[in-house]
Write a protein that binds this ligand. Sequence first.
Ligand code: NAG
Length: 388
Amino acid sequence: MAPLASIFKKAYYTLFFGIILYVSALFALTNPWLQRHALYVHKLHTAYWVDHNVPEQFGFAKNQITPFNFLTPDHETIYAWHVLPLGLYARHEAEMLRQPSGLSEDITQMKSFQLLRDDPDSRLIINFHGNAGSVAQGWRTDCYRSLSDGSTSNIHILAIDYRGFGLSTGSPTEDGLIIDGVATVDWALNVAKVPASRIVILGQSLGTAVTAGVVEVFAQRGVDFAGVVLVAGFSNLPDLLTKYSIAGYLPILSPIGPYPRLKKILRDHIIDKWPSTERLANFVRLSKRVRLFILHSKNDPEIPWTESEALFAAAANATTDGGMEVELFKKMKARTTVDMGDGTFISTWKTGGDKIIREEIVAYGHHSRILTYAPVALAALKAFDFDG
Ligand SMILES: *[C@@H]1O[C@H](CO)[C@@H](O)[C@H](O)[C@H]1NC(C)=O
């Protein structure tokens, strides 16, 4: 056989088997169990071999973090960290060192918990992390420090692992994660007794979808938080999957973009849809007071920053009765947009009563590292006391 023909034949077979593999993988993913593992990646974490109850391993001061558990109404055990701000720790160091270490049996007996509960000026950021890993993984621990360190900071952090993640029980579903998020806020309100006016909810990636679900529930209950910060979020999962790339190079559904019928079939098979645009719109509509910060980096390789544009548009639209035409929205947005150069900008939407929605598109930070960058800490800081 001529060598050229043989090369063509090889290339042809490679392509053929590649397509068969891709299509079988797509159909395998219609299995709910596999699909949820692919989406949440909750079994990929270090808690198997790194003891999360020794937070010094992650760079915290002795007993600065109190690991503890609480229960959800549907009987899952959630693993959580309470992070004491370092400046406050410095003022109580001797007492902090005498505290028991490890997983707390009764957090209400702990000095750091009492500092959170009894100080009328304490602030709390509740952090909902992205998919994969645990409270202690990746940039997350650096994020807690970036948000709460500082000699005068009174900002405590509460971070949890959703059901099925890290050391929490159960397995993840959309409804389940929102139950966990609501239970976390209920713990802060009822056990730590921090009023909602001193709580900021901060989510990243999948955590923005959890946040949208949680703040919608509390808006229905008439509870207004100090602020809400969404970092590297997405409009809804089916839309995202047509653009999403794992770690920036593995597109999942984008290859079937040109086949609308096939795309529809696969979209219909996505079990957990995470409709954040709708949930944020409801949150904005039902709340009396809104301080919503939406941040995204232009160089995010996993979720395109334009997804945050969609979140902002949905939230801003919900400040008006019946919504507004896209053209009018664009005009109004342009009027309140500050150009930061290189295509980055800040838009501040202040129409509709006591509701402020801010979109900040920055140049750096990728998908997760942005958590440790100043714009996120700044947004969280401002969210506690922001009037535009
Ligand atoms: C706002 O909502 C209305 C009604 O749902 C819709 O027709 C309009 O396109 C939306 N505008 C924007 C900017 O999304």
